[in-house]
Structure formats: C-alpha cells, structure tokens
Design a protein around this ligand. Structure first.
Ligand code: DAT
Length: 172
C-alpha cells in the first residue's frame, strides 16, 4: 500500500510525514532523500535556485523501494511525487497563501521563487496535476488551522479508511 503526500513547498509535507512515520508502522521516502542518494537531477534552475528533478528516472527507483516494502505501508513525500504514476492514495496538503508566503520568506529564497510557489498554491497546481494522473483518489487536506500533529492524525484517518474500504466507496 502506498500513499503519496504532495503539496506546494512550505505546506508541511516534511514536518507532517516525519510525525506520521513515528505514529504508524510505515516506511518513508521523500524526493529530497532520493536526490541525496541517486543522481536524479537534470540541472539547476539558476534563477530560482533549485535542482531540476528527473521524475522519469525516479520511477524505477521508487518501484524498487515499493517492491521491497511488500505489504507494508510506503509513504512517498515530495512536491512532484504526483509525477510517480501509481499509488493507492494521493493527499495534497493545502495552506493559506498568506501563511505560506511567511514560511517561504523565512527560507531566504529568491523573491521570484517565493511568488511562483505562492501563486501555484493559489491556483492549486499540485491538486490539478495530481487529478490528471490519479482522478478520484486525490484528497486535499487544508492544514492552515491545524498543527502538524493534527494533520498527521487526519492522514492516519484517511489511511485507515482506505484499509477498511479498499475500493474507495467512502465519502470523506
Ligand atoms: P514542505 O516539506 O512542504 O516544504 P515543511 O514541512 O518544511 O514544508 O514546513 C514548512 C514550515 O512550516 C516548517 O517551519 C514547519 C512549518 N509547518 C508545517 N506544517 C505546519 C502546520 N500544520 N502548522 C504550523 N506550522 C507548520
């Protein structure tokens, strides 16, 4: 069983998935950890200051980890994790743009990069990209008024419901 947790940078993916992993018996991989272990970059975007991830090369690596995981739950976290083409659940973390801007400003990123990410959050880019691949199994979790711990508990609820109703006949 696999759950993809995606969202605009700053929405809380890293923080929440670390808490989630400690609360349940699951293996966690993130795009950032894959970038540390594998050569998955197509270059650097100098203006925005980030590595361009080769999401096609990422697929066989995730496939292998998934296979090793067997029946255990695998959490795959990262902005762009939705580019991986198969999963049992996809959750998009959402955040109020004003809150997101404050968080991204504190990262000392170039202004252009902060603006682009806040705009992407306003437009729901991660959600629409996720829907393109995954359709109805995509769920959004609005995190703005929740603590990371509360968000992790909502994710546990989503996972438990999926285990209980694997065909997905549930109204969240
Ligand atoms: P991401 O991995 O999506 O880039 P992050 O986990 O690094 O995001 O979180 C960005 C910052 O926001 C970090 O300082 C922790 C804080 N944060 C994350 N989720 C939060 C929440 N639900 N409530 C308050 N702060 C949160």
């Amino acid at each position: 069983m696999m759950i993809i947790i995606t969202g605009t940078p700053g929405t809380g993916k890293t923080t929440v998935t670390k808490i989630l992993k400690n609360k349940i018996n699951a293996k966690l991989i993130s795009i950032n950890s894959l970038l540390e272990s594998y050569d998955l970059t197509l270059g650097t975007d100098e203006v925005r200051g980030y590595k361009i991830v080769d999401t096609i090369e990422m697929i066989p690596i995730v496939n292998k980890i998934r296979k090793e995981c067997g029946d255990n739950l695998l959490i795959f976290e990262g902005h762009l994790a939705q580019d991986y083409p198969s999963s049992d659940m996809v959750v998009v973390l959402r955040c109020n743009p004003d809150i997101l801007k404050k968080r991204l400003d504190s990262r000392n990123w170039p202004e252009k990069k902060v603006k682009e990410n806040v705009s992407a959050e306003i437009l729901g880019v991660c959600t629409s990209e996720s829907y393109e691949t995954y359709g109805d199994i995509v769920q959004e979790v609005e995190t703005s008024n929740l603590t990371p711990d509360e968000v992790a508990d909502i994710l546990i609820d989503i996972i438990n419901k999926k285990i209980e109703y694997p065909l997905g006949i549930i109204d969240y």
